[in-house]
Design a protein around this ligand. Structure first.
Ligand SMILES: [Ca+2]
Ligand SMILES: [Ca+2]
Ligand SMILES: [Ca+2]
Length: 472
């Protein structure tokens, strides 16, 4: 919500972003003033006299900095309007409603993580989800990567790590979790270091959804990757439904004292396929979210191999195609620079291979492309940026692996076929974010946040969280 109070000579905008009300003088006023003071005879078009609401545009408002590698932002559902920031290195930080970041983390589980590679790593503390009744039970859940268990996917090959979903409880101090309260909900042995998926979130149905990648490496092959029904491409954790939990979005009931329960209406209960599976055929669904409005659709960004990045609307029991398809194209495991001319459009159980709604060319695509990897975002349900109302916002991590040049996009939905999308050209950041884009978040008002850092991997202290906002 933005309330503008304008006088003829001196417009001052009271900005109410949902975090705090800020009285501020439009930046363009300051520039114009500076021009006058330095005696410049070329006055900017945006002089104080002709500032109009249309002079404002979308920009970034800093919420927190000094982080290492922030991956997501979640608001606690307890009416405190505190934002919880997940830092990959194992810490969760609180930003209070007044904008202050607390000096001590809410939770520090860095000692529970497998050691991270500072240069690049997809492991770490990846996600937080508050129990829908957090206000009364104080329970929340995290997804992190723990050291491997003994044994491995094949003789002589060790697991890389464990993908762990764990429950924690807040302490008597609402700004501190109880570090000894951990209850392990689900452990999944992960053969390789990458493709952990990485999001956990509660749906309005009360169940916890978890995204898990295909087991890592490339092409969905190697130790820990099993064969599937599609023999043209080797491997297939994405398509195989019984051998492991890799390559899926899972749906579980965490309201129990040990482990978890299976929701009775999960699609593979009573038939072939692990009962935890909600949807399958994913490569690395790093970030997903539920639309706060509409029919609460599940949007998942799925990282492609070398040609196509994608976002899908995920339905119960759906098959999203990997490694038969990459985006809307037929994946070619033997040559990642081309697609195959043909592939099945249904699986042996008659399920259609569901195409994405958004497709973005990878930088490695010989036809040209911009994305190292897609980062799934959120449907905008806030009020600060009316043009974004009801539209899905997403981004790309970067345009290469050397420069922090992530971008964000806004899409336009269509009833069928691929949606159109366009870059969000940010005020003062017309080319890119100046960050590796690492995640998104959304508050209870529907406003959207981005997270990232100038470092490729979990190192340094350049991690920042911004809110998308109208800036003058
Ligand atoms: Ca196969
Ligand atoms: Ca699978
Ligand atoms: Ca089953």
């Amino acid at each position: 919500m933005e309330k503008k109070i304008t006088t003829s000579k001196n417009p001052v905008i009271e900005k109410v972003t949902g975090r705090k009300a800020v009285w501020r003088i439009p930046l363009s006023c300051l520039i114009a003033t500076a021009l006058i003071l330095t005696g410049c005879d070329k006055i900017s078009e945006n002089t104080p006299d002709n500032i109009s609401p249309s002079a404002a545009s979308v920009g970034l408002e800093l919420i927190a900095d000094g982080l290492v590698s922030p991956l997501s932002v979640v608001e606690a559902p307890d009416d405190s309007h505190r934002l919880f920031i997940v830092d990959q290195v194992g810490k969760i930080w609180i930003v209070k409603e007044d904008g202050a970041k607390l000096p001590e983390p809410f939770l520090d589980i860095s000692s529970k993580l497998i050691g991270l590679l500072p240069g690049y790593d997809e492991r770490g503390l990846l996600s937080i989800a508050f129990h829908p009744q957090y206000k009364s039970n104080g329970k929340f859940f995290v997804y992190y990567t723990a050291p491997p268990k003994p044994g491995g996917p094949e003789p002589g090959v060790n697991w890389d790590h464990v993908n762990r979903i764990a429950e924690f409880t807040v302490s008597a101090n609402p700004d501190k979790a109880e570090p000894g309260s951990e209850r392990i909900v689900l452990d999944i042995d992960q053969p390789q270091g990458n493709h952990n998926g990485g999001t956990i979130a509660f749906c309005a149905d009360g169940f916890l959804y978890i995204s898990i990648g295909d087991g890592g490496g490339a092409d969905d092959v190697g130790p820990g990757h099993v064969p599937d029904w599609y023999l043209v491409n080797e491997g297939g954790n994405g398509q195989e439904l019984e051998a492991n939990l890799q390559g899926n979005i899972l749906r579980i009931d965490i309201n129990c004292a040990t482990g978890y329960l299976i929701p009775k209406d999960n699609p593979f209960v009573g038939k072939t396929g692990r009962d935890e599976i909600f949807a399958f055929g994913f490569r690395n669904p790093y970030r997903f979210s539920f639309d706060m409005g509409g029919s609460h659709q599940l949007f998942a960004g799925d990282a492609g191999q070398g040609l196509y990045e994608e976002v899908s609307i995920v339905k119960r029991g759906g098959n999203y195609g990997w490694n038969v398809k990459e985006g809307t194209h037929c994946f070619n495991a033997a040559d990642n620079t081309t697609s195959l001319p043909n592939c099945p459009d249904v699986d042996p159980d008659g399920r259609k291979l569901i195409d994405p709604v958004i497709e973005v060319n990878n930088v490695a695509n010989p036809a040209g492309g911009i994305a190292t990897t897609i980062v799934g975002g959120n449907v905008y349900r806030g009020t600060a940026i009316p043009d974004f109302a009801g539209r899905y916002i997403f981004g790309i991590f970067s345009q290469g692996f050397t420069a922090p040049d992530g971008k964000i996009f806004v899409s336009e939905s269509k009833s069928s076929g691929l949606w159109s999308w366009e870059e969000i050209v940010l005020k003062d950041l017309p080319n890119n974010l100046g960050l590796f884009l690492k995640g998104f978040g959304q508050d209870s008002k529907g406003e959207i946040y981005i997270t990232g850092s100038t470092q490729l991997g979990p190192s340094g202290n350049t991690g920042k969280v911004y809110q998308l906002a109208m800036v003058e």
